[in-house]
Design a protein around this ligand. Structure first.
Ligand code: NAG
Ligand code: NAG
Ligand code: NAG
Ligand code: NAG
Length: 517
């Protein structure tokens, strides 16, 4: 955490006491920023109840108060207020219809997403501190074009959990251990800070990345909405990678509509990541907002895959999901229950993903490092050596087994080729076959339990808040075939509007942690 934020807690103590989440405004009504959606904020801008500067100041205060406990934010953009002033000026000079939905709205990006500004891009590691990126990541370029304000970088599991599985979820050497704002426990990862920060109202919107579960799991655990887009739909250029075959950048927000607005802003062709050219056929004309339909569940065929996916073995979960399945049915969906993926045993027991990710990580991290303008480390081997040389700084008691194993790989050999073929075959004969034979629009599963199936095939998924068990949030996930984001958004939005389950977490500040211990 930026030390200026960490030590300004006492300075803000009086604010903690008096702060009530509402901003005094010149008008008679008071506009509440807490839980405000993009649409609420745009209306408040237009009716002059709020400026982007006030909005950024609100979030900076919240970060000062809550982040010493939650550790969702790694760095704050020193230019955020200047960007807000620019947005406020543009709003005075231009007609509202000429401005994008995200104009003047603050967003946090995971620390593995490059920004060419005063912020560092480090994947949470000291090894990348001081590295100079060649340009903004493709998705950041799109956000800036839309007039969004880059508020800062979100914490994450270091190297998206690809240094070691020995470190706790949500931990990085630079960011410390992120906390779930509902429980002060496990936030899940690797896009932990992105989910923590929108959940706790430290920012309006955020971006995360997923290789296998890293958007869907933290969204589930922190009671927010996550969209894991089809691989290639959003650019990975300028993102510290794990695997070009599985990596995808997507929104983590408080509502399905906010997530859809972010997705339509970042889904685009980027010549720095040619996979976006092929995937651009999936981008609907007119964007994703048109699919925010309250009756979006009507006529949708939803598959319920129970086998192996612990669809509620304990009574509470069983009853809760029975209720949710009933809601889906009442809203007009056709549930096709008790489905089984043909080759599920082979998929679950196979080692193909681990084999593939190891060699892909080495190749793609080396390519990312080579593209940097300057960097203390130029290769994965350098990163491993850096960690060995700085055992205290990088908490080497957690180890670096995943990196060491990846470094031992040597491109695509026979085993690697077979692993890739296996995953293609598993996806075609498994999930795709299930979807096509049953003419499904999506599958519905509790938690993020289906994320592995979606990961190995590059398929999209959307996670929506589904409840709280003894105060611990959990979500429901809808997954579909490549390019099915329009359907998934219709389904997710319709479910969200039918249930409106999300509740904001309690305000977290340092004193309560001291008394907590
Ligand atoms: C980036 O890292 C450097 C070196 O630690 C630090 O001085 C600087 O404040 C960081 N930038 C931001 C925006 O926090
Ligand atoms: C993308 O493809 C174009 C031609 O289709 C090629 O010129 C360019 O080098 C490619 N870019 C990357 C980053 O591979
Ligand atoms: C509970 O889990 C066990 C083992 O995973 C399984 O055999 C059993 O059918 C499950 N029960 C229910 C009600 O889902
Ligand atoms: C790939 O599939 C083959 C054939 O089913 C199987 O024998 C092999 O163990 C699989 N390899 C991996 C790494 O999962």
């Amino acid at each position: 955490m930026d030390s200026t934020l960490a030590c300004s807690f006492f300075q803000f103590f009086t604010l903690v006491v008096t702060f009530s989440f509402t901003l005094p405004t010149s008008s008679a009504t008071e506009f509440s920023v807490k839980e405000a959606t993009v649409q609420d904020l745009q209306l408040a801008f237009q009716t002059k109840q709020l400026t982007s500067r006030q909005l950024v100041e609100f979030y900076l205060n919240q970060i000062n108060i809550q982040n010493p406990v939650l550790k969702g934010v790694l760095e704050v953009n020193p230019d955020a207020l200047a960007e807000a002033d620019k947005a406020d000026q543009e709003r005075r000079e231009k007609t509202p219809s000429s401005l994008s939905r995200l104009h003047g709205i603050p967003i946090l990006v995971k620390d593995n997403i490059a920004t060419k500004d005063k912020l560092n891009t480090t994947a949470g590691s000291f090894a990348l501190l001081g590295s100079v990126v060649p340009r903004d990541a493709g998705v950041v370029t799109k956000l800036r074009e839309a007039g969004a304000i880059i508020l800062g970088k979100a914490t994450l599991s270091e190297w998206s959990h690809f240094r070691t599985f020995g470190a706790p979820n949500g931990w990085s050497a630079r960011g410390g251990l992120g906390k779930n704002p509902y429980t002060l426990g496990e936030p899940c990862g690797s896009s932990s800070g992105s989910a923590i920060s929108v959940a706790a109202n430290l920012v309006t919107l955020s971006l995360g990345t997923e290789t296998d579960g890293s958007i869907l799991c933290p969204s589930n655990m922190n009671s927010v909405v996550g969209i894991k887009p089809t691989v290639g739909l959003t650019s990975r250029a300028g993102v510290v990678p794990v695997s070009p075959r599985q990596d995808t950048v997507g929104p983590i927000c408080r509502t399905v509509s906010d997530a859809a607005y972010v997705l339509e802003t970042i889904a685009a062709i980027d010549t720095f990541n040619n996979a976006t050219i092929e995937a651009s056929k999936y981008i609907p004309k007119g964007g994703y907002a048109q699919f925010l339909k309250k009756n979006g569940l009507r006529g949708k065929r939803l598959g319920v895959v129970r086998h192996y996916y612990n669809f509620g073995n304990d009574t509470f979960m069983h009853e809760t999901f029975k209720l949710h399945l009933n809601t889906l049915r009442q809203r007009g969906a056709v549930l096709v229950d008790n489905l089984k993926i043909d080759n599920i045993d082979e998929i679950i027991s196979g080692q193909s993903e681990q084999i593939a990710l190891k060699f892909e990580f080495k190749l793609s991290v080396n390519a990312y490092l080579k593209d940097l303008v300057a960097s203390p480390v130029k290769s994965l081997a350098d990163v491993i050596a850096f960690n060995k040389k700085h055992p205290k700084l990088e908490k080497m008691e957690y180890g670096q087994d995943v990196m060491v194993q990846a470094e031992k790989t040597n491109g695509i050999g026979k085993a690697e080729k077979q692993a890739l073929l296996n995953m293609t075959r598993w996806s075609e004969n498994g999930f795709e076959k299930l979807m096509k034979i049953n003419k499904l629009d999506a599958v519905v599963t509790p938690f993020w339990s289906f994320s592995h199936i979606l990961a190995i095939g590059g398929y999209p998924g959307v996670s929506v808040p589904a409840g709280y068990e003894k105060g611990v949030p959990f979500g429901i996930c809808f997954g579909g075939l490549k390019g099915s984001e329009p359907k998934l958004i219709e389904i997710a939005y319709s479910f969200e509007q039918a249930t409106l389950i999300r509740k904001s977490p309690p305000l977290r500040r340092k004193l309560e942690v001291t008394s907590f211990k």
